[in-house]
Ligand binder design. Structure first.
Ligand SMILES: C[S@@+](CC[C@H](N)C(=O)[O-])C[C@H]1O[C@@H](n2cnc3c(N)ncnc32)[C@H](O)[C@@H]1O
Ligand SMILES: [Zn+2]
Length: 402
């Protein structure tokens, strides 16, 4: 009986050891081997293969393919024939066709006038193409630095970042110091802890990359700009588009005010204004002007405009403060005071923005209304526009000054 129990115990230990080894293999060794044996995910298969959804590594792979392409364009004057990587479509879908045309000018036709304008502006001659490739390479590198920043940790000795993070264009590692992360190749810096980029990136290329100047985006607000009885611009008006970006709504505004009216696009970023000037010239519009604003000063004469549009900009100006229950910054306050002074008696202010969703610092309608009321704006009308993706609110205020 004792012998039997001993045998059972030995058998039990044997089974337990084997089971332990098997589990160790299944959960620890095998996955490690799989990681070693598996090739890095390719840009096209990575997102589709179930079980390999590490979005960061997919983005790194895409960035390195596009980085290699941009780097080849920068190195060789004869790099036109090089394949535009499919990965380009994943990060900058609106530029993809434009680059395909650059690669195969004879065979590749652009679909819309907007695409043609972007092509002419970015790649229309050798010096434009060179500065575009430089700018895009900085933009891509900056996006990677921004992702790396989230993986860095503050330690007693300074900032510690993962060791293998490299610039996707030059292949050189980023450098981390106590206060900043930098790319030695592009000479750009991201500071800790506030994440301010230096030199600050012009927004043009990101905005064109994000598809800001495309047919769909331009036309989805036509309802508010052209056809709304209260919010739309009227023939002969002088209209100001605050924070116009690349100007995707400037052209509908220009259509609404007609030949006798005028559209002024202002922005803090001169590169987006440069694109608007280029498009206005191509379209032969002499009544579209651009004005360089600063964060505390819209740079518009007193009582000189009939209608002001602020489209997808209020959230940039005061969104973080509203989200954190803080008062708007002094800059934003000074900007608004001067902006309101620029509106003629009985002129209008139209705010078009997204209601809050997720973490983005968008402003609830009631807070946008009470913000404008502080500057003596009287609410005249509000409506919601249903767009392909989500909703935007349209708030029209009357300046109603004596
Ligand atoms: C999210 S984009 C929106 C662009 C455009 N309104 C649109 O909807 O396509 C925000 C724009 O506002 C500009 N901006 C931010 N603060 C500004 C300010 N105080 N004055 C003028 N432009 C500003 C930025 O440079 C950027 O072009
Ligand atoms: Zn770089």
């Amino acid at each position: 009986m004792q012998k039997l129990t001993l045998k059972k115990a030995i058998l039990g230990i044997f089974v337990a050891i084997n089971a332990g080894l098997a589990l160790y293999y299944i959960f620890v060794l095998a996955p490690q081997q799989r990681r070693i044996l598996m090739p890095p995910p390719s840009a096209s298969s990575a997102s589709e293969t179930p079980g390999s959804p590490d979005p960061d590594s997919i983005r790194e792979t895409i960035a390195s393919e596009v980085g290699a392409y941009l780097s080849s364009q920068l190195q060789s004057r004869d790099a036109k024939a090089l394949e535009v990587p499919e990965a380009m479509e994943r990060i900058w879908p609106d530029l993809y066709n434009v680059f395909k045309k650059y690669q195969e000018p004879q065979n590749y036709k652009l679909g819309t006038e907007e695409e043609q304008l972007i092509y002419d502006y970015l790649l229309g001659d050798a010096s434009r193409a060179e500065s575009t490739f430089k700018q895009l390479s900085r933009t891509l590198c900056f996006e990677c630095m921004d992702r790396v920043w989230f993986k860095c940790k503050a330690t007693a000795d300074g900032i510690s970042c993962p060791p293998d993070v490299i610039c996707p264009v030059s292949g050189q590692p980023y450098q981390a110091s106590i206060t900043e992360l930098s790319c030695p190749f592009h000479g750009q810096i991201l500071t800790f802890p506030d994440r301010t980029p230096r030199p600050s990136l012009p927004e043009l290329y990101p905005q064109l990359c994000m598809g800001y100047f495309t047919h769909n985006r331009t036309h989805r607000l036509d309802e508010a700009i052209l056809r709304d009885p209260i919010a739309s611009a009227k023939p002969g008006e002088t209209v100001l588009d605050v924070g116009s970006g690349v100007g995707c709504y400037v052209w509908a505004m220009r259509e609404a005010v007609g030949e006798t009216g005028c559209v002024i696009a202002n922005d803090v970023d001169t590169t987006v204004l440069d694109f608007i000037k280029f498009v206005a010239e191509k379209r032969g519009f002499t009544n579209v002007q651009t004005v360089h604003a600063s964060y505390d000063y819209p740079n518009i004469d007193i009582k000189s405009v009939d209608r002001v549009y602020i489209i997808d900009v209020l959230n940039v100006m005061i969104g973080m403060e509203i989200k954190n229950n803080l008062p708007p910054s002094e800059q934003a306050d000074s900007y608004m005071q001067k902006l309101v002074q620029a509106i003629r008696p009985k002129g209008k202010l139209v705010i078009i923005d997204f209601p809050p969703e997720g973490d983005r610092p968008h402003i609830p309608i009631d807070q946008a209304i009470s913000f404008c009321q502080k500057y003596n704006m009287k609410l005249q009308g509000q409506r919601l526009l249903t767009l392909d993706q989500g909703t935007m609110y349209v708030l029209t205020f009357s300046a109603d000054q004596p």
